[in-house]
Every structure is written in structure tokens, then in C-alpha cells.
Design a protein. Sequence first.
Length: 408
Amino acid sequence: MKLAKKCSEKKVLRDPIHGYIHIQYEVIWDLLHTREVQRLRRIHQLGGNFHVYHTAEHSRFAHSLGVYEIVNRIVHEVEDVQRALNEKERIVAMCAGLLHDLGHGPFSHFYELIMHRSHEQVTIEIITDPSSQVHQVLDSYDKDLSGQIAAILSHTHPVNILNQIISSQLDADRMDYLLRDAYETGTSYGTFDLERILRTMRVCDDQMCVKESGIHSVEDYIMARYHMYWQVYLHPDAKAFELLIWMFYRRYAQIREVVDLPSAKLLDEPFDLDNFYMLDEYRLYSIVQDAAQCPDLYLSDLALRILDRRLFGWIEDPDEKELSEIHTELAERKLPADLYYHEEYSHSSMYLPYKEEDEKNAVYVLDPHGKIYRLSEKSEIVKALMKMETKTRRMVYFAKKRSRFERI
């Protein structure tokens, strides 16, 4: 089987989270060198969070390799998984781990908003597009390989544990990004015992589960997700930076017919993969730098705010007096509210670290007698989390009072 062809020697890449990334199959090594995978070096893993945690400069490329390595360990070190999958299925899972984030654009959520496509959709388009280098590599090893990987990423593969390894409540994707993001941001509360979780993983009736003795490690993993969401991923300053990017695009869209900004033409084009490959964060920053010299006062101001990290201010659940002061300040400076003011409501239930919405969306526990239970039936911590009262938070973002560096 050509797909199982191994490299002349095992490749190892140093990694701060896993020590080494181990690559033994040629197909993985070849995929690593495609333009679509290499492009991920130019996409930040954490969007605007590097403006909050100054060391959070890691890329989607590093994360994708980390997910691959965890999948590699699961399919080769977890005995139940190794027995349940044949060699081709193990390789398919490793390919899916490496390729799962190909569809991320610059500052992911920004790109999804302007192109009206989720990164999951774009990932599958890339993998199944005959002109992509990724597809051509996959096709050269096995004609149905791209289809199988696309099925895993759309959660429709007939071998269900392949879907679960890549995307579930306890998957390789989450396990890598929690450890990696905690390390890169210097936040210890995102850590958990990966080794213990891998040692207690089992397969029962085509369902991934953990031994009852591994519950405490899974609880730590779930609490790591909880803390990372509220302390890192949802940090208001990170949102404030991403809002600047969005408002910059909104202003550009308002004046695109009259502004002379050739570098921004990519933002005008309808979505296609050729444009997608060209529009990374390097290109977006180039557009912003050009716009800083634009005669349009608002576009150039928003560009300079992005480049110089002059973020919007924010208030949580403001009262009427605070809102009135904000609007008065904006009006006095002639700053339009559609560009310099934003309100957002969020519900705490949207960011619960663990949910059991249906049978597929749960972590299962294998007890010493061979019976399977949902995690909430065995963990008091998880049961309490699921009963948390839903709270609504109103966040208001706005241009702060003028500093000495601002023209308007």
C-alpha cells in the first residue's frame, strides 16, 4: 500500500509542548511542504490575543503539527484504538489532524465575517479541490484519501472513532490548543495531564471513552477549558483589537468606490481559493499600512489604531450615565458611532466548557464492570458546571478619549 510508505528515516521536529513531533509516513512529510499547510505559518493561532499576551505569537501551523502529534500518539499508543483501526485508517486520522485548520483566514473570525464562510467549509473545499497541492499529494497516495479526510472533518465518517479523535468533547484539537495556548500566553491554568488522559483512553462499541480512574484528569481538562475561555479567549482587549480590524473593513467597504487603495483589491474579490491563499495576515497588515496614508480621515485613523495598538476602550454592563458620556464624547469629536462604538451581548451558557446536548456530544466513562456512563453521571464537578446559572453580559466598546497621538 503506497499510503503506508515510510520516510527513509523518522523525521523529528522540536516542539515546546510535545518535545518532538514525530513523522514516519511520507504522505505526512509531503503534506507538510504544500503551500496550503505552509500558509498557516502566516496566521496567528489566537487572533488578537497577542495584543494582550505579548508572547502569544504562535501560529496555526504550530498548532496543526501539535494536533497531528496527539493523533499520532492516540492511534499508536492507545491499545484499544490501535486494535480498532487498520493502518490506512490510522494514517487518514493523522492526515486529518494535520489538515484540520487549513481554512483559517487572517484573524479567523474577521475573515469568516467578510467572506461568509466558516473555516471548516473552506478547509473541506481545499482538501477536495483538484487544483490544491494538498489534494494532489493526497490523490497521489490514494484516490479516496481526500474524501475520507473531508468526511472526518464534517463528522460523517462511517468509522465513528475517527470523527471523535479529531472533533469531540475530548479531542486532539482541544488538547493541543489548551496546552499550547496556555504555554504561549504564560497562563498556567490552561494545563492538564495529557499523559494520564492518553493512558486511560479506551474504545467501547465504536465509542471513545476514558476509564473511571481517569476522571480527575478529564475534570482538570474541562476546568482548563473553562479558565482559558474566560481569561484568554474572551479577553475584552483581544475583542477590542479584532473590532478595530472589522471597523477598518467596514469603513473601507463604505468608500471602496472612491478610495485609491490598490493593495485592498483582494478584499473586493468574491471568495475563491486563489484569493484565499494570498490573503494572510502579512497581506492584511500591508493593506492596513497603505491605508494609514489614505486621505480618508476615518480609514487612516483606524489603520493607525491597528498598527499602534490604540485599542477601543470597553465597559461591562454600563449604566445610562456612562453610555451618555461615551456618546457625547464621540459626537464632540465627530466620530461616527457605526465605526467607533459597538455593543455585544453574550450568554455564559454559550461558553460552558462542557455540554451533553445529545449522545454524540458527551464524554463517556468506562467503569470497572465494563458499563459506560456519561461523564456527568460520574463527576460532581461536571454536574455542577452543567447547572451553572446563565448570565447575560453586555459589553460596550468605544473610542477612548483622544490621546496626544491621535488626530481625531
